[in-house]
Design a protein around this ligand. Structure first.
Ligand SMILES: *Cc1c(COP(=O)(O)O)cnc(C)c1O
Length: 490
């Protein structure tokens, strides 16, 4: 059942368990399932099932070397107690837009949906080997905490998180540096997210480091959205939101809908594309970006060019210039031409730029549209939507919402990826109230909107800071070596 291959070389094949353990293919490519577009799921069946049942059904087609019982257990462990809403990811009508709320998990961000399930899948896969795994994660803010929370005290797994120092929100910072657990370590990096992510990618391919870890029976792996085990759980809520629209009488089974997705690393919207390839009726995916509009430019011109200034915005989880998961879209859109993909990725590596061929670009343009919203536009949207509907959007979700509204027509589902309370200061500012202190801002926001602060955010300010190391990118290798000692030997 070696059905996963590298986007850059069809001869590098592994099972889904191995793909989840490896994270990235040894040639630097991402694992993909060539037969993905041959899978056809039963939409009517999906529309009659619970979120968890749909998760097992959908994953059983993608992770073929897990037994149904294993998948059931993983899904139960992931979703039984960690989400505050029974639907897991409820859909709410806000004006003419259907908002898919993905932020009711342990850290109030959409990454929880995948990062509650990935540790279960990984732990299950490790049972068939007798190895230990050390997770290396670069984060632009939200992944870090969601991964720490998901992997905390999971047997035989340790985790190191690297975040760009002073480039995450005050709350994101607190969420990470207060994380408990004997197997977790958190480091600030002097640099931005791309610096951290590029270095993590290099470490995975570093022969010396891998040999050092192998001697201790430890394998290095990732929890970033390049991991298959991160990607596939996200497919479920695209189908499940469709189910909710059917159940709410908005559409009938078979009708097309559109999705707008606030995008950074291209993981979330790619999961939607996977759902589409597996039979979900989709009209368009709108890739919504902030002022770092590298994807907007790519989807307009066919040229991906990361040679530009990195802009810090009020939607930090989308402040990204290299959207790694785009590589998987290129694989499918180029008719699974691994040589072409390898060539583009080499150009990206060497020149920071590549241009896809006409046919690949046409295929992409038929399904994907794009727009970018800057900080002023984002604040305006938070303000206007609240005034009109009393619904509060966080900056990331507001970007998608604006794009949804601007492109109304068919039923459009707009993905809401974080609780507004995670970004209280900026959200409050959008409502024309300035408050310097993030924690006071959280209280003010809740008073203003007569709404409750999620408990997992409210408690943060009283927790002790447990991780205060800030390091250079060049020191990341050393701290990883130390971690293999400290995490597994005490
Ligand atoms: C990570 C994140 C995004 C971007 O998702 P990608 O999968 O990286 O495109 C958007 N919003 C929030 C709140 C996030 O945490």
């Amino acid at each position: 059942m070696n059905d996963y291959i590298s986007t850059r070389d069809a001869h590098q094949s592994v099972s889904s368990k191995q793909a989840i353990l490896n994270g990235i293919s040894p040639d630097g490519g991402l694992y993909v399932l060539p037969g993905l577009d041959q899978i056809h799921l039963d939409l009517s069946l999906i529309c009659s099932k619970s979120y968890k049942e749909n998760a097992v059904y959908i994953l059983s087609h993608l992770l073929t070397d897990y037994s149904i019982d294993e998948l059931r257990m993983c899904v139960e462990n992931a979703y039984s107690n960690s989400f505050s809403k029974e639907e897991i990811t409820p859909v709410k009508k806000v004006d003419d837009v259907y908002v898919l709320e993905l932020f009711h998990g342990p850290t109030c961000a959409f990454k929880d949906v995948a990062l509650t399930l990935l540790p279960q899948l990984m732990s299950c896969a490790l049972k068939s080997t007798n190895q230990k795994a050390l997770i290396l994660t670069a984060t632009s803010g939200d992944t870090g905490k969601a991964a720490l929370s998901g992997f905390c005290d999971v047997d035989n797994i340790g985790i190191n998180v690297f975040y760009p120092y002073k480039k995450v929100s005050a709350i994101q910072y607190r969420q990470m540096v207060t994380q408990k657990g004997k197997n977790v370590k958190v480091f600030g990096i002097q640099g931005n997210f791309d610096d951290a992510q590029s270095q993590v990618k290099r470490l995975f391919l570093d022969e010396e480091l891998n040999a050092y870890c192998a001697k201790q029976n430890v394998m290095l792996t990732s929890a970033n959205s390049i991991n298959v085990g991160r990607l596939v759980p996200q497919i479920v809520y695209y189908f499940d939101s469709y189910k909710q629209l059917v159940q709410q009488g908005v559409i009938q089974v078979g009708d097309k809908v559109s999705f707008t997705v606030p995008t950074g690393n291209f993981g979330d919207v790619l999961a939607g594309y996977y759902a589409y390839l597996m039979g979900l009726p989709v009209e368009k995916f709108y890739v919504a970006s902030n002022a770092n509009r590298v994807l907007t430019d790519f989807l307009t011109s066919g040229i991906y060019d990361r040679n530009r200034d990195f802009i810090q915005t009020i939607s930090p989880s989308m402040d990204i210039l290299i959207s790694s998961n785009l590589e998987r879209l290129l694989y499918y859109a180029s008719n699974k031409d691994t040589q072409k993909v390898a060539g583009w990725m080499q150009e990206l590596n060497e020149k920071g730029r590549y241009q896809v061929d006409e046919q690949t670009f046409e295929t992409i343009k038929n399904l994907f549209a794009c727009a970018s919203v800057d900080d002023n536009g984002t604040r305006q949207e938070i303000h206007d939507v609240y005034e009109k509907t009393k619904y509060l959007l966080d900056p990331h979700s507001a970007i998608a919402y604006k794009v949804a509204k601007d492109n109304a027509g068919r039923p459009v589902v707009s993905l809401a990826t974080a609780s507004p309370y995670k970004f209280s200061q900026d959200v409050l500012k959008a409502l024309n109230i300035n408050e310097e202190n993030e924690w006071v801002a959280m209280d003010e926001l809740s008073k203003y909107c007569q709404d409750v602060i999620p408990a997992q955010l409210k408690e943060l300010r009283d927790l002790a800071i447990l991780h205060n190391q800030v390091i250079d990118v060049d020191s990341m290798k050393d701290v990883v070596c130390q971690s293999t000692q400290e995490v597994f030997h005490d």
